[in-house]
Design a protein around this ligand. Structure first.
Ligand code: NAD
Ligand code: ZN
Length: 285
């Protein structure tokens, strides 16, 4: 184990409260492109041209077509070793708040996978799943329940949730979207209004409760683990400044440069799928 990895391990294991902050990089090895990396473009559009309220008002069909593509892309991806190791660690200890900027569902699916592994090892108890291999379906359901105990705080919403542009109703929405014409776009069951993806677009405010929960966790943390975010998107990016300002030791996992490199106590230059299991896997989890 390198001395930097050992330092990160010790800092995180010794902290009673930890805030983990993830960005697009944690999902890159699953095959979800980051906005700034290769594959970040769709057709000839930049995300900044599509992820805006103006773009949706101008051409909702085009924006839904892009989100349909992104949903299909994410649905075909699997959580990677970083998602699973992080969830396993969170399921085995207390005091960790996971805050994500990502709109994919890989943290949740990674948690279900981690919970399944722990159930099989007999390290997690779940009602109705005493014999995991005898009843795999019950075991998977128990794993999903266990995983729901460690949900991420989502600062930028979710690809798999929608919001009505007329009445504001929100709900989960995972089905296929027919974006062949404006008339076939998804509509609200309550009022017939046009539905939009429930994600935060450029220029929009962040969900207030999530923002409060995230910053409260940052202010109370003794360690802040940052994984795969350049730290360029505000106000989310200020979460790490909040934690560092309150005295948390910052650990950065990223193969590239980030806005946090100057304040990092430990900087681990590497891919999340390799580094995260190395720093969290050895802590008894
Ligand atoms: P970003 O694209 O600005 O930065 C990604 C960071 O990940 C970079 O610092 C890069 O060096 C790093 N990275 C690349 N591969 C990595 C790997 N294998 N392991 C660890 N790090 C790796 O992304 P951002 O800072 O999250 O901000 C962009 C915005 O775009 C966010 O608001 C986010 O909501 C959105 N976004 C989300 C997704 C997703 O949900 N998966 C994907 C693209 C963009
Ligand atoms: Zn409605």
């Amino acid at each position: 184990m390198s001395s930097e990895v050992a330092r990160a391990c010790a800092l995180l294991a010794g902290a009673e409260r930890v805030v983990v902050f993830t960005g697009a990089g944690v999902s890159a090895e699953s095959g979800v492109p980051t906005f700034r990396g290769p594959g970040g473009l769709w057709k000839t559009f930049r995300p900044e041209q599509l992820a805006t309220p103006e773009a949706f008002a101008r051409d909702p069909r085009l924006v839904w077509e892009w989100y349909g593509w992104r949903r299909d892309l994410v649905a075909a991806c699997r959580p990677n070793l970083a998602h699973v190791a992080l969830a396993r660690w969170m399921l085995c200890r207390s005091g960790v708040t996971l805050v994500t900027q990502n709109v994919d569902d890989l943290h949740e699916r990674g948690a279900a996978e981690a919970a399944l592994g722990l159930l099989r090892e007999g390290r997690l108890r779940a009602a109705g799943a005493r014999s995991p291999d005898a009843d795999p379906e019950a075991c998977r359901a128990a794993a999903r329940d266990a995983a729901a105990v460690v949900p991420p705080v989502r600062l930028h919403g979710s690809l798999f949730h929608v919001r009505c542009t007329r009445c504001g109703e929100r709900r989960e929405h995972r089905g296929a979207v027919d974006a062949s014409a404006e008339a076939t776009l998804p509509r609200c069951v309550a009022c017939g209004g046009l539905l939009r993806p429930d994600v935060v677009w450029f220029g929009e405010p962040l969900p207030e409760r999530a923002l409060e929960a995230a910053f409260a966790a940052a202010a109370a943390a003794q360690a802040c683990l940052v994984i795969g975010t350049a730290g360029a998107v505000q106000p989310a990016a200020a979460l790490v400044d909040e934690a560092a300002g309150a005295g948390a030791a910052v650990v950065v996992v990223d193969p590239g440069e980030t806005a946090y490199d100057g304040m990092a106590e430990v900087r681990l230059l590497g891919a999340a799928g390799e580094v995260v299991p190395a720093i969290l896997g050895g802590s008894g989890a």
